[in-house]
Write a protein that binds this ligand. Structure first.
Ligand SMILES: O=P(O)(O)OC[C@@H](O)[C@@H](O)c1c[nH]c2ccccc12
Length: 257
């Protein structure tokens, strides 16, 4: 489903391209000022899209690294209102596609329609809602802002259903369990991506457990985009949000510049 009258930054930047890179950070980690600077840093390092995670106290799909990031952000007084204000500032400076990674509770508490409208207003391009079941996503106002379809190794028979009438890109989850670095990518992932590609022309991205340039290259052999979260968040943690360090790490992962 395509949002009416919305400029499709995701299609412009990702459509028909290869060797793409998507980076994740947690919004407000360690502060919202850092988030703004880190988004620019990731773009300079070669990221084609940035996922901004909304810190949440009970993030069931997240491993310890991203949980700690959420803890840091919440301790600093994170609020949705302040994040929306940050995105308004970010949008004055870049056309980089931006996606929120947000648990449903945050949306529900804000008000579903209000949340969707505000995201669109500030220039968020899509949402990833890891805990929203497919059936319920059908009632979500995707005419206002699209939801990125998530496909897991065990979604096999439902792939066609999941991919029907979608825009943006497809997020293939390459392993079972929670976010966080792993030493290798399951070989089932390639099959999953091939299957997804037989049902859609959207760009296909692979995430979960990717942490090195070698793993990014491996994903690029069969998918359009590699997604890296926890290992970027680890740099944010170790370097106390220093954008230059994040830029250097993202550049190492993308192999650009
Ligand atoms: O952290 P990893 O293993 O690199 O995985 C990507 C990831 O961080 C990001 O896309 C993400 C963060 N939280 C999530 C929850 C569900 C699905 C995906 C995510």
């Amino acid at each position: 489903m395509k949002a009416e009258g919305m400029r499709d930054r995701i299609e412009e930047k990702l459509g028909g391209k290869k060797n793409l890179f998507i980076g994740y950070i947690t919004g407000g980690d360690p502060t919202l000022n850092h988030t703004e600077e880190i988004v620019y840093a990731m773009e300079k390092g070669g990221a084609d899209l940035v996922e901004i995670g909304i810190p949440y106290s009970d993030p069931l799909a997240d491993g310890p690294t991203i949980q700690r990031a959420a803890g840091r952000a919440l301790k600093e007084g994170f609020s949705m209102k302040k994040l929306f204000d940050s995105v308004v500032r970010i949008r004055r400076n870049t056309d980089l596609p931006l996606v929120f990674l947000v648990y449903y509770n945050t949306i529900h508490t804000y008000g579903v329609d209000q949340f969707a409208v505000r995201c669109k207003e500030v220039g968020i391009d899509a949402l990833i809602v890891p805990d929203l079941p497919l059936e319920e996503s059908k009632d979500f106002p995707q005419d206002i802002i699209p939801l990125i379809p998530l496909v897991a190794l065990n979604s096999q028979e439902r792939i066609e259903d999941i991919l029907r009438d979608r825009s943006g890109f497809v997020y293939c989850i390459s392993s079972f369990g929670v976010t966080g670095s792993r030493s290798s990518i399951s070989d089932k992932t390639r099959e999953l991506v091939e299957r997804v590609k037989s049902h859609t022309d959207l760009p296909v991205a692979v995430g979960f457990g990717i942490s090195t340039r070698e793993m990014v290259e491996e994903v690029h052999e069969y998918a359009d985009a590699a997604i890296v979260g926890s290992s970027i968040v680890k740099v944010v943690e170790e370097e106390m949000g220093d954008p230059e360090r994040v830029e250097a790490f993202v550049r190492e992962l993308t192999g650009r510049g």
